[in-house]
Design a protein around this ligand. Structure first.
Ligand code: PLP
Length: 382
């Protein structure tokens, strides 16, 4: 039987045709016609003032912190249970990441934990839409507004999710998207910064391009204008090749999310009576983008044993995401017990837009067998 991978990017003929057009054009690098068209599409989709196409979400987070004026020694409160890009971004600018614990039911940052961590050195908060589920932006916004802090939405995994009727990516004054191969829409690598703040977007755009304006734009001007370097910027541009792929992917976003939703619903249906797992909880005021499907295993279950059994049957799986504060690089003595517990117990099972309901059934059959075999107080030997 075919194996069922944990993740798979849904890229095909339409994306190839778009790439062929770029090959036939005179511009493949960043900030060209395709990149600008993608930025327009993002502005239209999100109803925000500006969108900056970038090489990654990590680049977007870095540029956001620079544009917001974060300085060495400043404290930035970050959601703990996540791919640790937010804490890395704080460290890129010499700031101190302060780790906020998460809600046990959603894995998203706990607003009370954020409020408790605010000090006189805090400058802002980076919330995360955990594996595609938006955080509590109403509560977070009231905390950040009360203390005069910035709020960034890391919506890396959340293209297509909503919160109180609004799209993830528009839930904070600055939002960062990822188009990495494991996210809902992808160009292999890529990202974007979304904001209503025109000055912030202009700053990010300039720094994404070595601190000079668009070379493509300058080349359209008659005469010989020589662009000037105004900042020590970076090269964080998204290539026009990637932008062309993303224009197609954006157009397919709803269709692909619908397929992920069908798989999630099937998993929930098939696993609803399984006592050894806790299924993802989606509060009624938001929808999930299902970047990953994470189940929490009962503490009595040996997760590594379950994973080995699934892989032996050709079924991809992984741990959930990371408890950031436990990563050696940060050298913190903070503790985030909820995040640490999810990090120990969660298991990612296959989730992508090419899965069928019969794949979901095979995954669940294998998972049930593995759970029985590795639950030490459940009679064990299956
Ligand atoms: C994947 C991910 C990132 C990193 O995205 P890149 O585009 O690979 O830089 C950042 N934040 C979160 C929450 C992620 O899941």
């Amino acid at each position: 039987m075919d194996s069922i991978p944990l993740v798979h990017a849904s890229l095909g003929k339409q994306e190839l045709a778009a790439v062929e057009e770029v090959f036939a054009s005179d511009w493949t690098a960043g900030q060209g016609p395709r990149g600008k068209a993608l930025e327009k599409d993002l502005v239209a989709r999100y109803g925000v003032g500006d969108a900056v196409a970038l090489s990654s979400c990590a680049a977007a987070l870095h540029l956001a912190l620079l544009a917001l004026g974060v300085e060495p020694g400043d404290e930035v409160i970050v959601a703990d249970y996540t791919f640790p890009a937010p804490a890395h971004a704080a460290r890129y600018v010499g700031a101190v990441p302060v780790f906020a614990d998460v809600r046990p039911d959603t894995g998203t940052v706990d607003p009370q934990a954020v409020a408790d961590l605010v000090t006189s050195r805090t400058v802002g908060v980076i919330a995360v839409d955990t594996v595609g589920l938006p955080a509590d932006y109403a509560e977070l916004t009231s905390i950040t507004e009360r203390h005069g802090l910035f709020l960034i939405e890391d919506a890396a995994c959340a293209v297509g999710a909503t919160y109180q009727g609004r799209p993830a990516g528009s839930l904070a004054p600055v939002a960062c998207l990822s188009f990495h191969g494991r996210k809902g829409i992808t160009s292999g690598e890529g990202g974007a910064l979304l904001t209503a703040d025109a000055a912030l977007a202009a700053d990010a755009r300039l720094r994404s391009s070595f601190g000079i304006g668009s070379i493509f734009d300058k080349a359209q001007v008659i005469g010989l204008p020589i662009p000037e370097f105004l900042e020590i910027g970076y090269n964080y541009k998204l290539s026009d090749i990637a932008a062309a792929i993303l224009q197609v992917q954006l157009g397919r976003a709803e269709e692909m999310l619908e397929r992920r939703r069908t798989v999630a619903a099937r998993y929930a249906e098939l696993l609803k009576d399984e006592d050894l797992v806790t299924l993802p909880h989606v509060p009624g005021d938001r929808t999930h983008a299902w970047q990953s499907y994470l189940v929490a295993l009962d503490p009595a279950v040996d997760r590594a044993g379950v994973a080995a059994d699934l892989r032996a049957r050709g079924i991809g799986c992984g741990h959930g995401t990371w408890a950031s504060h436990l990563q050696p690089v940060y050298e913190t003595d903070q503790s985030c017990p909820v995040s640490a517990d999810l990090f120990r117990r969660q298991l990612a099972i296959p989730m992508h837009a090419e899965l069928t309901e019969s794949h979901a059934e095979r995954v669940v059959d294998a998972l049930r067998d593995a759970l029985q075999a590795h639950a030490d107080n459940e009679g064990g030997a299956a």
